[in-house]
Design a protein around this ligand. Structure first.
Ligand SMILES: [Zn+2]
Length: 342
């Protein structure tokens, strides 16, 4: 409240542009800032980041008393009725709307309190799978399938590099910047689409999915991996997998980040001391099996996931002779396992 009063006292002088937009916009921002500080002081989050108008993603949130939706129109304070591309897809109580801009497009994200429809059928039941998120491919499955990322992206990425160089010292700086942000948005869309296809396919086909806990922050420091990691959006992969598995009553088992999925022989359990990243194929010195690095890792993740589900049912770990290495955080995924195991 006092922050709002302070803002109101100075906005006419210091931020006159704020008078052009609805006063509801800063209102929610201040509430959200309050929540961010609360999380920070409770040790749950980092210090709130400063945001500047016009940088990256501009957005504001309206509560349900501040807007209304009618068919494919939304009424936004100060703007009036604005046409939307589509009608609301869900029925239920409308809670809030967040209006945002990505490049030159505007989006309204509307939160609706719906009936729990979290029981989608799984179309096939192939049991368990392990997924190794790759550097060269998008993902490698324990079945041996390799899912490549969308090809269209590569061409766009090189165009992006050319454009980024051009922005500096360009006379049409503003124009080039706009082009650049449109390109960023397009590349992001293609990536998200590929991730959605992958996570939908996985949760449809498999009940139990074993994945690695990717320490993305650590990996981004590693130069060789950084590009692939930020490129493929591992956090987003994990997020989608979690909610889609929950909807279908499936289960995600996350191996902790020290689990040696690549270095362990999936046939005999022998563990190598080291396995250089460049080594794509290797032969097990103990049993002689020849492994594809990524497929072997995926099989280990699958085995781990299976042993976890077995012990979750109160039996011993299915003769794998190995202790579970899932860390407690991975078990918090129980929202998705609860549906099946109560
Ligand atoms: Zn072996």
């Amino acid at each position: 409240m006092s922050l709002r009063r302070q803002l109101n006292a100075i906005k006419h002088e210091q931020f006159p542009w704020m008078l052009e937009v609805t006063k509801n916009a800063p209102q929610m921002a201040i509430i959200q800032l309050g929540a961010a500080f609360k999380n920070f002081f409770a040790g749950r989050a980092k210090y709130p980041q400063f945001k500047k108008k016009g940088k990256s993603r501009d957005s504001f949130t309206l509560t349900n008393d501040q807007f209304s939706v009618d068919g494919s129109r939304i009424r936004i304070p100060n703007l009036g009725w604005v046409r939307m591309r589509e009608t609301l897809r869900f029925t239920g109580k409308i809670m809030s709307a967040t209006v945002s801009r990505v490049a030159d497009r505007w989006f309204a994200s509307i939160t609706v309190d719906t009936q729990d429809d979290s029981h989608l059928p799984r179309s096939e039941n192939q049991g368990a799978v392990g997924v190794d998120l790759g550097v060269s491919a998008l993902a490698i499955l324990s079945t041996g399938e390799s899912i490549t990322g969308p090809k269209a992206r590569k061409a766009l990425l090189s165009r992006l590099q050319r454009l980024s160089r051009k922005v500096k010292g360009s006379e049409n700086r503003k124009k080039t910047k706009a082009k650049l942000s449109r390109l960023h948005a397009r590349i992001g869309n293609i990536r998200n689409d590929a991730l959605h296809q992958l996570t939908t396919d996985l949760t449809r086909r498999f009940h139990t999915i074993g994945i690695e806990d990717l320490n993305v922050r650590g990996m981004v420091k590693n130069r060789h991996l950084s590009r692939a990691v930020s490129d493929m959006g591992f956090f987003e992969f994990r997020r989608q997998l979690d909610y889609k598995a929950a909807q279908r009553g499936g289960m995600i088992v996350v191996a902790d980040r020290w689990y040696p999925s690549s270095k362990t022989c999936s046939c005999c359990g022998h563990k190598l001391e080291t396995l250089p990243l460049a080594m794509r194929k290797w032969a097990c010195p103990a049993c002689g099996s020849v492994h594809d690095r990524d497929v072997n890792a995926a099989i280990n993740l699958k085995n781990l996931a299976v042993s976890f589900t077995v012990s979750a049912c109160g039996e011993e770990g299915a003769g794998l002779g190995r202790k579970l290495k899932t860390k407690p955080a991975s078990v918090k995924q129980e929202s998705s396992s609860k549906a099946t195991y109560g």
